[in-house]
Design a protein around this ligand. Structure first.
Ligand SMILES: Nc1nc2c(c(=O)[nH]1)N[C@H]1C(S)=C(S)[C@@H](COP(=O)(O)OP(=O)(O)OC[C@H]3O[C@@H](n4cnc5c(=O)[nH]c(N)nc54)[C@H](O)[C@@H]3O)O[C@H]1N2
Ligand SMILES: Nc1nc2c(c(=O)[nH]1)N[C@H]1C(S)=C(S)[C@@H](COP(=O)(O)OP(=O)(O)OC[C@H]3O[C@@H](n4cnc5c(=O)[nH]c(N)nc54)[C@H](O)[C@@H]3O)O[C@H]1N2
Ligand code: SF4
Ligand SMILES: [Mo]
Length: 691
């Protein structure tokens, strides 16, 4: 089953200690290379592979405790069927046959009437190409089920980057170490991109200046030389004012602009309207800070920007990413391998999506698409000509929508419908699992095959199973294979085993034998991919002006779009709330692992001392955070990390670990971003009072 890459010398072969190479499955840009030590069939340690350039033998706190999660006493070990009311989390144990027979029968009956009444709901619980959308996608495509628009994280920024640079492309992370200026924009890298932070530290020791742009004085911001603590959702205004300064001071690379960009005159005109004073008043910062950053950015070579998804979770998130992504072309930063911008590297991987997911199985049908962000509203809709059929069945895997999707009161009401049939594939009884009709135990990364791309580096990684499935758990792929078989779907489509799927996932540019031998393979990409243009856009240039966007009837140039819920616009809800990741959780994963939850202690709201004093609140008070969408109770932490007027509800806690059975998403809205149909988690006004 698995490969021995080292036998510990102190043990007899009978009790051999073996080490298995794998990949971290989590939704994190670092995609670390793992080494799992297995003793007599039991995983005893998960560590970082010291030989892997990007991992350097170091894992984060969460995954270095992976055995605790894998062998957690509450790990789901057998199929279960609901016995109590929806949402009560009361189940009885059943056999796989009982569960799968009944699910196949129920889904089959709905599919016979209208397959679009069935909806898959999945995201990035695992980033593995095999255990996410391979067999599962084939199953839903063949049925003709509704399609899911997987927008909950990154599509605003990803599509914006596409319209500007041509795809999810950019600098290589390892070259940040050579930069002389690093701008960390909308990223708490110490929390969410630890291995990039290592590169930034190397640069810092070699004399580079680090600047962080973030409404929160994050763990990362406090370790940078400069922190620009702007209002949430004002990044485009800042970027446009930086352009203004680059233009008026002539810190421009005219040759690069002339040869490798599109729409310069139009952008120039727009940027000249954004004086530092104008942007400063929008961003709530000093104009002098903008001038200083522009001077640094315009005069330091090489200058690198690490942009992250934190700044695109607002109404104008797409435009903001477009504005920032224009900057390196203005100064010609792309000429150097340590210059440019990196938001995501994932567009560079030659994934064979069609072969894996078999979109051809739609066979000319075009099922309606449901946006995962609006699942709350959509579950509550009746059939109509515009919407299509009411959603009658949901199959959830690799996601915890009750916790992670916005406006959770609506999500809970939708999942609570008695006439909805819900199947959840999970490791644990999450908030979402509580609403399942059938709860099926899935394997973890230590128990199945998978293959991974990365959105923070440019290596493909292979994950081999290190141990046998815990209890009766099965890989997602296997669960869908067995369902397909029971539903009488064409067997040939489901014949690929997981190792075969790993082989099929990438084009031949990736040598599978190298993955088997070493555990990873590095993409052959030029060190400075856009030194001489060659952007993967329609024009081959960096598109300041996008004809494609203009054809869609929207602004072809980036601009600042104020938040839907702009700070100061409401007297009832005067505070802007952002809810960025907690360091020791990964979205809602790990919240139930005791030692990890202990590190995060309890759900908190960070608030500036002035805002707390105005409300007569002290640190440690239980507060009620609320708006028209709902109520969330948590502990107050008076903190210098918060600027006046902005509060931080950290982490996506499980609702059932919350003080009143809710989490921050009780407060967030289902509105969508300007580009990419993505959520606006950080565009949210609230009020706070003593509970
Ligand atoms: N430990 C840990 N790591 C994670 C995750 C996790 O939950 N925990 N989540 C993973 C996931 S799913 C993703 S998508 C990635 C990236 O996830 P991101 O969402 O980029 O996460 P961070 O980098 O932690 O946080 C973003 C930073 O953006 C800031 N921010 C909020 N609003 C704005 C704004 O309007 N402008 C600017 N400039 N900044 C703003 C926040 O204060 C925060 O410090 O991280 C991944 N890594
Ligand atoms: N307020 C607020 N909300 C947010 C965010 C925020 O910053 N603020 N961040 C958003 C972002 S960036 C993202 S990406 C989403 C994340 O949303 P999700 O992708 O739903 O992420 P998780 O909460 O980690 O839930 C993943 C679930 O998948 C399960 N899982 C893992 N591996 C497997 C497997 O192999 N098989 C099966 N069947 N299950 C598996 C895990 O046990 C876990 O419960 O949340 C979003 N929600
Ligand atoms: S969560 Fe990120 S930092 Fe932690 S082990 Fe996985 S890839 Fe590495
Ligand atoms: Mo995400």
């Amino acid at each position: 089953m698995s490969e021995t890459i080292g036998i510990h010398p102190s043990v007899s072969p009978a009790k051999a200690v073996i080490q298995i190479r794998g990949a971290c499955p989590h939704d994190c840009p670092d995609t670390c290379a793992l080494v799992t030590t297995v003793e007599s069939g039991v995983a005893v340690r998960v560590a970082g592979n010291p030989d892997h350039l990007h991992t350097q033998g170091v894992l984060c706190n969460k995954v270095s405790r992976y055995t605790e999660r894998t062998y957690h006493p509450q790990r789901l070990q057998y199929p279960q069927r609901r016995v109590g009311p929806k949402g009560s989390g009361q189940f009885e144990r059943v056999t796989w046959d009982e569960a799968l027979d009944d699910i196949a029968q129920r889904l089959g009956a709905i599919a016979a009437r209208n397959p679009e009444a069935i909806l898959p709901y999945s995201y990035a619980g695992t980033m593995g190409l095999v255990q996410s959308e391979s067999i599962a996608a084939r199953f839903f495509h063949q049925l003709g089920a509704s399609l899911l628009d997987r927008t909950i994280c990154s599509t605003a920024g990803a599509e914006a980057l596409g319209w500007t640079l041509g795809g999810k492309v950019g600098m290589k992370v390892e070259f940040f170490a050579e930069a002389k200026l690093i701008v960390i924009w909308g990223s708490n890298s110490i929390t969410s991109n630890l291995h990039f932070w290592r590169q930034a530290q190397i640069a810092k020791r070699a004399g580079a200046k680090l600047v962080c742009i973030d409404p929160r004085r994050s763990e990362t911001a406090e370790k940078c030389h400069e922190h620009i603590q702007l209002q949430p959702g004002t990044d485009a205004a800042l970027a446009l004012a930086l352009m203004h300064e680059l233009i008026v001071n002539d810190w421009l690379d005219h040759e690069y602009i002339a040869r490798h960009t599109l729409g310069w005159e139009a952008l120039r005109e727009r940027a000249l309207r954004w004086t530092p004073e104008r942007a400063a008043s929008v961003c709530g910062i000093a104009a002098e800070q903008i001038r200083a950053l522009a001077r640094d950015y315009g005069t330091t070579r090489p200058a690198a920007i690490r942009l992250n998804y934190g700044m695109q979770r607002v109404r104008g998130g797409g435009n903001a990413v477009r504005a920032v992504a224009c900057l390196p072309a203005l100064t010609g930063a792309w000429r150097h391998r340590a210059g440019g911008v990196l938001l995501s590297s994932s567009g560079q991987f030659p994934v064979r999506k069609t072969a894996l997911q078999r979109t051809d199985l739609l066979a000319g049908r075009t099922p309606r698409t449901i946006n995962m962000v609006t699942i709350g509203d959509d579950l509550l809709r009746e059939s109509s000509e515009q919407f299509g059929p009411k959603i009658e069945a949901l199959v959830v895997y690799n996601s915890n929508p009750l916790a992670v999707a916005p406006e959770s009161s609506k999500v809970a009401a939708g999942f609570g419908r008695d006439d909805l049939f819900t199947v959840v594939l999970e490791h644990f009884q999450t908030d979402t699992a509580d609403y399942a009709d059938y709860l099926l135990p899935a394997t973890t990364q230590l128990e199945h095959w998978d293959v991974h791309l990365s959105y923070g580096h440019t290596d493909v990684l292979l994950n081999r199973p290190a141990i046998a499935p815990v209890g009766q758990s099965k890989p997602n792929t296997q669960i869908f294979r067995e369902l397909a078989q029971r539903m009488g779907l064409d067997a040939a489509i489901y014949a690929d085993d997981d190792e075969t799927l790993c082989r099929k996932a990438f084009s031949d540019a990736i040598d599978f034998n190298e993955l088997l031998d070493k555990g990873w393979a590095t993409l052959p990409i030029a060190d400075a991919p856009f030194a001489t243009g060659d952007f993967p856009t329609p024009s081959g240039k960096c598109e300041f002006f996008s004809e494609g966007l203009a054809r869609l009837g929207v602004d072809g140039l980036p601009d600042h779009l104020p938040n839907y819920e702009t700070a100061g616009s409401s007297t009832r809800y005067p505070l802007a709330m952002i809810s960025p990741p907690a360091r020791n959780f990964l979205n809602s994963t790990f919240v139930n692992v005791d030692s990890i939850r202990a590190m995060e202690r309890e759900p908190i709201l960070e608030m500036n001392a002035a805002d707390a004093a105005a409300r007569g609140l002290a640190s440690g008070a239980v507060v009620r955070v609320f708006n028209d969408r709902g109520d969330y109770h948590c502990k107050l932490e008076i903190s210098e990390r918060a600027r006046p007027g902005v509060v931080h509800g950290l982490g996506v806690w499980w609702r059932k670990f919350g003080l009143n059975g809710t989490n921050v998403n009780e407060l967030t809205s289902q509105r969508l971003t300007d580009i990419g149909r993505a959520p606006v988690f950080y565009d949210c006004l609230v009020q706070v009072q003593a509970a």
